[in-house]
Structures are given as structure tokens and as C-alpha cells.
Design a protein around this ligand. Structure first.
Ligand code: F6R
Length: 243
């Protein structure tokens, strides 16, 4: 695992955008894995800047999201499909339908999870997976205790994550859904390059476990230590508990 410490989110975003840009130069029809939450926002802004400057095109890219809440109305602004459209896909030349996510409103949720795994496999797998990390060490919505061999499935969000995410729901924890569909840890590990971004002191403990702790389902991101190509980009605050 490569750990890169940078002064701030903007510097991290430039490095991640460089990775995406060189991937797309070599493979314009690459498959990207997209995360929601605040961590990747600076990366999306940097990619949009490069698209607008004409140095980057995503016209042939396909993308898969990590996760989705269960039961939010289709037009809810915090539904992850809508978030990714607003923050990224709708600001670049990704064609309509190029971004897929697990269907959190499907009548048969387990079937939707299986269909999602099949769709990722049919696309040839993810080339570069962007990740954030939760303060409790989750990646996607694989909360502590998640099986290290898990695939896309229904999960219950912990009260910690619901509290963390209440800021996107006008501070109302009760408005945060209790369930989600999420890629499993084994699904994420199948991507060819994992790129995790973490900023701020609130992530310092999780980053410490991710980089220096033993691999454990209690800190799910630690599975990344077994990945042959994992890059962790952190700012000084998120790196503050590293030895
Ligand atoms: C979102 C996701 C989550 C977030 C994590 C960190 O798709 O998969 O694992 O990456 O909760 O959230 P932020 O970036 O908002 O601190």
C-alpha cells in the first residue's frame, strides 16, 4: 500500500486527477468506480476543470457507484445517483446511462445486488476505484464487522454513520435511511487500482488503523493492505496519528 501525504485536499485532488488522466490516456473506455460523500468532491472538481480545459474526456467511460441508500424517493437530492449526477457526471461528458449504481428502490433487493455484481463483471471490472473512509473505518458502507469476503448486499447503517451523514439531511439523524445496498469488501478488492482519499483530523484514527493496524473486519478498510495496488492519499491532519 502506498501512502501519500499532502498539505491539503486540493493537492490530493491534483494527484488523483493525474492518475485518472493517465488511465484514460491509455484506455479511453476505462471503468471508473465512484464514491459519494465529501472526500472525493475536490477530485471531481479537478476532473471537471480538466474536462472544461479540454485535456480530459469521459465520453467512453463507464462508471459504477459504491453504494446507495435504501428507500429514498427517486428525486431525493441525497439519493446517491442524484448526488453523483450533480457533483460529477452531469458536469462532464459522461454519456447518459454510463453511471450505474445498486438499485436501492428495487422490489427485490437481493436480486438487485446480484444484478449489480453481474453488471460490474460484464463491464470487465473496475479499473480505478475511488474511495473515502468513514471515521469508524468503513469503506463503501461496509461497517465494522463486515465480512472481508462480502459482495454487494443489504446492510444496516451504524448509528455512528447515520450521525456522520446527518449533515447531508439538514442535521436530522432520523431522516438518514437505516439501510443501504453496498458493494462488499471483496467486490471492492476486485478493482485493479484502489485510490482512497482522507482529509481532516476526524479521519486520523481510521487512517492509523488502515495503514498500521492488523487486517481486521472491525476496521474494514484494512483489507486494502492485501491489495496489490492501493494508494492512500491523506492530508497532514488525517496523517497525524501515523507513526
Ligand atoms: C460513500 C461511501 C462512504 C464514504 C465515507 C466517508 O459512497 O462509500 O464510505 O466514503 O462514509 O464519507 P465522507 O467522505 O463524507 O467523509
Amino acid at each position: 500500500m502506498e501512502v501519500v501525504i499532502q498539505p491539503d485536499a486540493a493537492a490530493i485532488a491534483r494527484l488523483v486527477a493525474d492518475e485518472v488522466q493517465s488511465l484514460l490516456a491509455a484506455r479511453p473506455d476505462a471503468v471508473l468506480g465512484l464514491a459519494t460523500g465529501s472526500s472525493p468532491l475536490a477530485v471531481y472538481d479537478e476532473l471537471v476543470r480538466r474536462y472544461e480545459a479540454g485535456v480530459l474526456s469521459l465520453a467512453r467511460v463507464r462508471a459504477f457507484m459504491l453504494d446507495e441508500y435504501v428507500g429514498l424517493p427517486d428525486d431525493h437530492p441525497e439519493r446517491y445517483r442524484n448526488v453523483i449526477e450533480r457533483e460529477f457526471a452531469g458536469r462532464v461528458d459522461l454519456p447518459a446511462g454510463a453511471v450505474q449504481g445498486p438499485d436501492g428502490n428495487a422490489e427485490d433487493l437481493p436480486a438487485a445486488c446480484a444484478a449489480y455484481e453481474a453488471a460490474i463483471a460484464a463491464a470487465g471490472g473496475v479499473d480505478l476505484q475511488l474511495l473515502g473512509i468513514g471515521s469508524d473505518g468503513h469503506i463503501a458502507f461496509n461497517e465494522p464487522g463486515s465480512s472481508l469476503a462480502s459482495r454487494t448486499r443489504i446492510k444496516t447503517l451504524t448509528s455512528q454513520t447515520r450521525r456522520d451523514n446527518a449533515r447531508f439531511f439538514d442535521g436530522d439523524v432520523e431522516a438518514v435511511p437505516r439501510h443501504c445496498l453496498t458493494q462488499g469488501l471483496a467486490t471492492i478488492m476486485s478493482a485493479r487500482h484502489l485510490v482512497l482519499v482522507a482529509t481532516g483530523a476526524g479521519k486520523a484514527e481510521a487512517v492509523h488503523h488502515l495503514v498500521e493496524g492488523p487486517v481486521s473486519a472491525m476496521w474494514p478498510a484494512t483489507i486494502m493492505q492485501h491489495h496489490p495496488r492501493a494508494t492512500v492519499l491523506v492530508d497532514d491532519a488525517a496523517a497525524s496519528r501515523l507513526q
